[in-house]
Structures are given as C-alpha cells and as structure tokens.
Design a protein around this ligand. Sequence first.
Ligand SMILES: Nc1nc2c(c(=O)[nH]1)N[C@H]1C(S)=C(S)[C@@H](COP(=O)(O)O)O[C@H]1N2
Ligand SMILES: [Mo]
Length: 307
Amino acid sequence: MLIRTPNLLHPTEAEATDEALYWNRRAVLAGLVAAGALPQAAQAQTPLPARRTRTLDEEPTPFDTVTHYNNFYEFGTGKEDPARTAGRLRLRPWTVRVEGMVAKPQTIDIDQLIRQFPLEERVYRLRCVEAWSMVIPWVGFPLAALLRQVEPLGSAKFVAFETLRDPRQMPGQTTAALQWPYVEGLRLDEAMHPLTMLAVGLYGRTLPAQNGAPLRLVVPWKYGFKSIKSIVRIRLLDRQPPTSWNLSAPNEYGFFANVNPDVDHPRWTQSRERRIGDWFPRRTLPFNGYGAEVAGLYRGMNLARYY
Ligand SMILES: Nc1nc2c(c(=O)[nH]1)N[C@H]1C(S)=C(S)[C@@H](COP(=O)(O)O)O[C@H]1N2
Ligand SMILES: [Mo]
C-alpha cells in the first residue's frame, strides 16, 4: 500500500498511476450520471476549452493536491474535509445575481455565463494566509468583463461578493466557525484590474465542488481568503462591505489582505511560505509576485495600517 505524503514530496510514479486510475474512475462516474444513477452533485468535471493567456515559470501543483487540500469552511475546517463532503453541493441550476449600483442589474445562469465570455487559462500562485501556497492553472474570465456588462454607476466604489447560504447543502453552516454566508469584497479598481478573475474551472475542466464550483473569485496578489467560492451574489456599493475573516478576527485579517512579507500575522511570520509539495520554505514575494502589475493601486497608502 502506498503511503501518501502528497504535501511533502513530488508525486512518485505510483501516484501518477493513481491519477490515471482516478481519471478512469471519473469516466465511469460520468457514465453513471448520464444513466441517471447518481445525483448531479457527484458529476465528473467536464472539459472547458480555454486559451492559455498566462503561465508561470513554476511547476503547477498536482491536481490531486489542489483538490484534496482545501479551505472551504462550509464543508468543514479540516483541509481534507471539503474533498469528502462538498459533493453534496448541487451545482445546477445555479444563478448569480449582479446588482446594486449598476444601470443593468442581472440574474445570470452559470451556463450562460460560461458561454458568454471567452475562457482563458491562467496559471497563478495562490498564497494562503496560513503561509502555504500552490500554483494552479485556473480557467475563467476577467471579473471586469462581467462588471462592464452591468454598467457600474459613478457612485459605485466597492464590490461585495456572497457565497451560497444553505445549511442543508453546506453542513459547516450549522456551526459557528464563521458568520454565514461567507462574504468578501474588493475596491472597484481592484475588481476591475485585469488580473482579477472569476474562475469556472481548473486543470482544463469545470471546478470541483471543493474548489468553489461553479464560480469563484481569484485575486492572485491577495491572501487566498479573498478568493471567495461558490458565489451567488455580486453587489456594487458606495461603501466598503464587511468581509468574513475581518469580521471573525479584525486584528488578524484586514480588508485589503495584500500578500505582504513585511506585515506579519500576529501569530506567525508572513515572510516565508511553504509551497505545498516542497520540503523547504521559500521567501514570500510582495503582492505574491504580482507587484509590478498591482502596486500602483496602493500608491501613497500605508500598507502596514491597511493590511
Ligand atoms: N466560501 C468560501 N470561500 C473561501 C473559503 C471558505 O472557507 N469559504 N476559504 C478561502 C481560503 S482561506 C482559501 S486559502 C481559498 C482556498 O482555495 P482552494 O481550496 O481552491 O485552494 O479559498 C477561499 N475561499
Ligand atoms: Mo487561506
């Protein structure tokens, strides 16, 4: 029996074989779903053709790790809980309401959304506030494309995001781990930045439930908790919205949450991180390595105060 240490070592040949078996199993599952033998929630991920527009000079984290080491408190606080329990999330039908200070509020069906914008594959680093990181090939489109479509009013200055709230599908919501629903927010200029994306897939396929299916935010220069999963509502506001981790521990998690090696978390350093799969830690980069593109958004701001 293979002793699995996927978080410490690069995948071995045995693990690669495991992955082939895994995909084979997914094909069997897809057949069962087609035959109506399984609920929708257990559906296999379907291919999502996308043009690669951004790559990284770093090895992507293996699919198996990306989908079995997750933070998704709606499905438990353990890293391996979401992979086991998120299958009960019903992914269809799914709509996203975009509203607030916009000229054209809209309720959009997820499949319409996927067809509407050209899909891109972008390989980004994801840096969790807990000082680990991964490299993930996301599939999605710029959030700006969706926001432009609803025509933000001049008064709109912030964007608020909300995850589904349904304790029957999300057992973690029967606990007080956080206030529910999970909420996040960005300044409008951050939301409109070309690096900010709405992801609908990873590794060339629709998102697994545990990674935030069917639609999640990805903001690569911020700590992972800003990248809210399973979004049902997007609101444009004139005021800074509350955000889940800031509500839970305001002295530990700020609204901006820009990756910053110079501002330590009160209980641990942010100057280093461990890439999942690596043995040795590496130095954390300002803005997670995206500073050349985004530092200008914060010119003149004291980033130790606005953490
Ligand atoms: N709704 C919701 N979104 C969430 C979270 C969560 O608990 N609930 N966790 C966040 C945190 S802390 C991180 S690091 C990333 C993890 O994304 P991943 O599991 O796809 O790597 O999701 C973020 N989005
Ligand atoms: Mo995180």
